[in-house]
Write a new protein. Sequence first.
Length: 439
Amino acid sequence: MNSDLKPDVSVIGLGYIGLPTAAIIARAGCKVLGVDVSQKVVDTINRGEVHIEEVDLDGLVRGVVSDGLLSASTETGPADIFVIAVPTPFNKDHTPDISFVLAAGEAIAAVLKQGDVVILESTSPVGTTEQLRDLIADLRPDLKCPGLTRETPDIAIAYCPERVLPGKTLEELTNNDRSIGGISPRCARKALAFYKLFVRAECVTTDARSAEMTKLVENAYRDVNIAFANELSIVADRMGLDVWEVIRLANRHPRVNILQPGPGVGGHCIAVDPWFIVHGAPEETPLIRTARGVNDGKIRHVIRKAEELVEAHPDARVACLGLAFKANIDDFRESPARLIAATLARRFGSRVQVVEPYAAQLPIEFSNTGATLIDIDTALEDCDILIVLVDHDIFRVVPLAERGRKFVYDTRGIWPDQRTPAPVTLQQLGTPEAKRDAA
Ligand code: SAJ
């Protein structure tokens, strides 16, 4: 504890969640030790700089580092509260990999003392927090662990998932409700007291397994609903309908809220977390598993349609607009746009250019394809085909006058005035062109 009774905190894992979390805890007045396996990351943070793009994070880190409230190391040190925010990827067979969580648990066990609190934040399969507790109990038989003793435990262990939206991380870390799952109610209370130091929204306590499942359910729900939108877009292509128009109208129903089609689902959350549920109940999850298949299938559908368009215009130069997994951020992990653009570049070579305002260079998979990274102005001047893969604002604002004569495949519906087929409006029906086209 430091002078005004704020706990010393250690955040293990300084990535897209860990670093913003560490910075916000430091801003709340706690002394924070950030721990990461990467010496480069540690050195960057100790210089008061950041290695990830997140709105306002650079200023916040600079401030708390210069105030001496946040420092980073590759070595775990003692603290009162430990927050684990390490990656939990899945293996090729879609089984969850919690090895980074267990490695963090092992490192923390070595420095744990009576009264400490361990909180797992990484998205994890149900039961992981108990596995973490068992690991600590094995490594530290001197400590009474929750759920394994009839006496008052020496430490508290809880699970508290984050649910921030990249691009709004700092705002949502403070203003989103939190589900806090304790191995025991006492553990949940200890974790609750910690989160109340910096969370302004409601903190709901529950048990660890419910909190673990809540996180997975939130993302699986979104994946299933995105799959519905993507399936509608494939049906609309077959029927010659404007799916964006149909969704816009359907969503006017008071109880309908269809999400937006895209070129597939990217990122390290929505495309990953549903598999944690499937892994836990493989026979009982046909809908969740099928939704994953629909979203992955949409990527193949977009590649097919894009290839048809490019083949239909053999002399046309192509601009793929966007590589990020979603709009207005520089996160390219698991991005369908990246996969689609690279596939086109491998197929069509130097005819394919890429516009990605959040990238300084093309990712490695574009090497030896002949593709080049250009800006949107060059694409509008030099390219005949525009394939919209990411709904970056800088693409959305391009006026019809600058793209009206291009062949456009818009997988994000950012240009309503250039959809194929565009809905014919009443006033258009009155023009001779519309009568001829409508005949
Ligand atoms: N997407 C669509 N159509 C949509 C919405 C999203 O195609 O209507 C695509 C996006 O383009 C992107 C992918 O889905 O490729 C995921 O984007 P996202 O905005 O849905 O989600 P993430 O991964 O940035 O953040 C999600 C959020 N979860 C929910 O909204 C339930 C966030 O709150 C979580 O904290 C985050 O996962 C996480 O870390 O789990």
